[in-house]
Design a protein around this ligand. Structure first.
Ligand code: BGC
Length: 273
């Protein structure tokens, strides 16, 4: 009989416009091992306020257990461009996040090293490792349809970060303003009318990227049978498999990878010099 290896456990946090969610994740299986904790994103969504709520969420996750085993790092997905721990944009979040030292801020607030990346990039990572994009060679694009449109681009499983394809311009407008799930809700669009907008969006994406696979995530992807069959692309377009948990799982995987790389990996040069 072979001894069963203990699973590697890490914490993933998913910061969104309406909620901050976190859980302990088995990063080998790509599964939550305990219930996730969710608190509302504070009114206004300013950096210090968000960091404080994230700390409360993390404290509850750690208290409920089990203990993370990969090290001290906590992975965080955030809905903005994130370069080396600094948030660069703020499409659907408070403008104070532009050029905010997010990793530093969250590391202080959480009392553990925080590694921060774009929300769609971490959700995409989870889908490519464990979900709809698993073992798919070539170019895979994962999109999330929610308040905005998030995107994650993979080439043979390697992420090209911060692609921001939700902001492609269509008829002079930001694509996510017309085609995100929030547009469907705001304008009370039928599935058919929304699918027409999605068709234009994904046709443009396909023209630019020539993907081998397109994965569609975000909360609305659980109703994929209402709109995915209406879309016609050359590449297969499939629903995400990890749905709402992809962000937490991908963030935890990122934390585990940084823990494995050592205590100073991933820290900005000025801090390691
Ligand atoms: C932001 C992206 C984010 C996406 C999904 C967009 O508005 O610019 O950074 O990934 O929304 O949250």
């Amino acid at each position: 009989m072979t001894a069963r290896k203990d699973p590697r456990l890490a914490v993933g946090v998913d910061i969104g416009g309406s909620g901050i969610k976190a859980a302990v994740v088995d990063v080998d299986a790509g599964e939550l091992v305990a219930d996730r904790v969710r608190h509302k994103t504070p009114e206004g969504g300013k950096p210090d306020d968000v960091a404080e709520v994230a700390a409360t969420v993390l404290a509850e996750v750690l208290q409920a257990g089990p203990e993370p085993t990969t090290g001290e790092t906590v992975g965080v997905g955030f809905p903005a461009v994130v370069q080396h721990g600094v948030t660069r944009t703020a499409a659907n979040v408070h403008e104070d996040w532009v050029d905010a030292p997010a990793a530093e801020l969250l590391t202080k607030a959480l009392g553990r090293r925080a590694v921060v990346a774009n929300d769609a990039d971490v959700a995409g990572l989870a889908e490519v490792r464990f979900g709809a994009g698993r073992d798919v060679p070539g170019v895979v694009v994962v999109t999330t349809l929610g308040t905005g449109i998030g995107s994650a681009l993979f080439v043979d499983g390697t992420l090209v970060p911060n692609t921001e394809f939700g902001h492609l311009e269509i008829d002079g407008e930001d694509a996510e303003k017309r085609a995100a799930d929030s547009a469907r809700e705001r304008e009370d669009l039928s599935w058919k009318d929304w699918a027409k907008r999605l068709q234009r969006y994904y046709t443009l994406l396909e023209l630019l990227l020539q993907p081998d696979l397109v994965v569609v995530g975000g909360g609305v992807s659980k109703k994929h049978d209402k709109f995915l069959p209406l879309l016609d692309l050359r590449a297969p377009i499939v629903p995400a498999q990890l749905r709402n948990e992809a962000g937490i799982i991908g963030a935890a995987v990122m934390a585990a990878e940084l823990d494995a790389a050592g205590p100073t990996a991933g820290t900005p040069a000025k801090e390691t010099a």
